[in-house]
Design a protein around this ligand. Structure first.
Ligand SMILES: Cc1cc2nc3c(=O)[nH]c(=O)nc-3n(C[C@H](O)[C@H](O)[C@H](O)COP(=O)(O)O)c2cc1C
Length: 321
C-alpha cells in the first residue's frame, strides 16, 4: 500500500503510532516499525535531551526501520524551554525519521529539522491550524478529531469531518487520527482524502505494549461510550476512560475548581503507576473512543498485517460493486 506518507517516511504501511506518555518507549516503538508502520518514542517520558538520546539508541538496537519522536508542546512545569531545545537538537543529531509535534507550533525549530533531513508533522484539530502549519514548512499534518485519546482541540470536530476539510484545504499530505483502530478505519481515512492513519489507543492492546494485563482486560471490556472529556472548564480538554478518578475530576470541575485544584488528580505519576500496576481507577487514562473497536490483544505485526489486508479487501469489494 503506497501513499505519499509511506514515501515520506520510508515505511511499508501508512500506519503511524501517535505519542503516548508513559507508553511509547523503545520496545513498542521498535515493534511497530519492524511490523511496517512508524513507531513512536514520546519525548515527555524523559527529563533531558541525553535521556531521550539513550531511548533513541535503544530503539535503534531493536530496529533498523524508521521511527518518530513525539514532542508535546503544552504548558509544563517540568519541561523547560531548554529541554525542548535539547529534544529537537538530539532528534536531528540522531537523524530520526520523523518528529510528531502537538500543542504549540515548533516554528523556530523547522529550519534546523529540515536541514537535518528529519521530517516533521503537526497534530491539529482545525482547518485554520492546518493551513498555518503548512505555511510554516511542515512536511505533513495530522487531522485529529474529537474522538481521539489525549488532548483533542476544543473545536470538537469529528475525524469524519475534519479529515476531508483539511485534505481539501492544504497540499501537504494529511494523516487522519482519532477513532481509528482497524482496516475499516484505514479504508475510511484513505477514502476521506488522508494518506495514512495515526493510532494510539489500539496500540495499547498489543503484546509489545508494556502495561499490566489488567489494562488489556479493560481495553477489551470497555466500549465506545466509556470515555469522556475532562478539564474542558480549565482550558486543557482531554479524553479519558470513565473511572472513579475521572468522576472525582468532573466533580471538582462542576464545583468551579481551578487547574490548581485539579493538579493533584492529574499528576503524571498517577498515570505512570496505573499503566504499570493495573489499578485502573487511580488515574486519568487518556484513551480514545476507538477503545470500543478493540477485541483482542495481538502482536504489532499481526495488527498491522490484518489492518492493511482488511482495508485492501474493502477497496477490492467496493471496486467490484
Ligand atoms: C494513553 C495515551 C497517551 C497519549 N499521550 C499523548 C502525548 O503525550 N502527546 C500527544 O501529542 N498525544 C498523546 N496522545 C494522543 C495520541 O497521540 C493520538 O493523537 C490519539 O490517541 C489518536 O486517537 P486514538 O486514541 O483513537 O487512536 C495520547 C493518547 C493515548 C491513548
Amino acid at each position: 500500500m503506497k501513499t505519499r506518507i509511506t514515501e515520506l517516511f520510508g515505511i511499508k504501511y501508512p500506519v503511524i503510532c501517535g505519542g503516548m506518555m508513559w507508553l511509547c518507549k523503545p520496545e513498542l516503538c521498535a515493534a511497530i516499525s519492524n511490523a511496517g508502520g512508524l513507531g513512536n518514542i514520546t519525548a515527555g517520558n524523559y527529563n533531558s535531551g541525553e535521556e531521550l538520546r539513550m531511548a533513541i539508541r535503544q530503539a535503534k538496537q531493536l530496529t533498523d526501520k524508521p521511527f518518530g519522536i513525539n514532542i508535546t508542546m503544552l504548558p509544563s512545569f517540568r519541561i523547560t524551554p531548554e529541554i525542548y531545545d535539547d529534544w529537537f537538537r538530539v532528534c536531528c543529531e540522531e537523524q530520526v525519521a520523523a518528529i510528531e509535534v502537538s500543542g504549540a507550533p515548533a516554528k523556530k525549530y523547522i529550519p534546523m529539522v529540515r536541514e537535518a533531513g528529519v521530517k516533521i508533522m503537526h497534530k491539529v484539530g482545525s482547518v485554520r491550524h492546518a493551513v498555518n502549519i503548512e505555511k510554516m514548512g511542515y512536511d505533513a499534518v495530522l487531522a485529529a478529531g474529537i474522538e481521539e485519546g489525549g488532548h483533542p482541540l476544543n473545536d470538537d470536530v469529528t475525524t469524519m469531518v475534519l479529515t476531508p476539510r483539511i485534505a481539501e484545504s492544504i497540499d501537504i499530505p494529511v494523516i487522519s487520527t482519532g477513532g481509528i483502530a482497524d482496516g475499516r478505519g484505514l479504508a475510511a481515512a484513505l477514502a476521506l482524502g488522508a494518506e495514512g492513519v495515526m493510532m494510539a489507543t489500539r496500540f495499547i492492546a498489543t503484546t509489545e505494549c508494556l502495561v499490566h494485563p489488567r489494562i488489556w482486560e479493560e481495553m477489551i471490556g470497555r466500549q465506545e461510550m466509556d470515555t469522556t472529556l475532562i478539564c474542558k472548564t480549565v482550558g486543557l480538554q482531554g479524553r479519558a476512560l470513565k473511572n472513579q478518578l475521572v468522576d472525582e475530576i468532573l466533580a471538582v470541575e462542576e464545583k468551579g475548581g481551578t487547574l490548581n485544584d485539579l493538579m493533584p488528580l492529574l499528576t503524571g505519576k498517577r498515570s505512570e503507576a496505573a499503566w504499570e500496576n493495573g489499578d485502573v481507577d487511580s488515574a486519568a487514562l487518556m484513551v480514545g473512543q476507538s477503545i470500543g473497536l478493540i477485541q483482542d490483544v495481538v502482536s504489532c505485526q499481526k495488527l498491522l498485517d490484518t489492518m492493511v489486508a482488511d482495508a485492501e479487501a474493502i477497496f477490492r469489494k467496493n471496486a467490484a460493486r
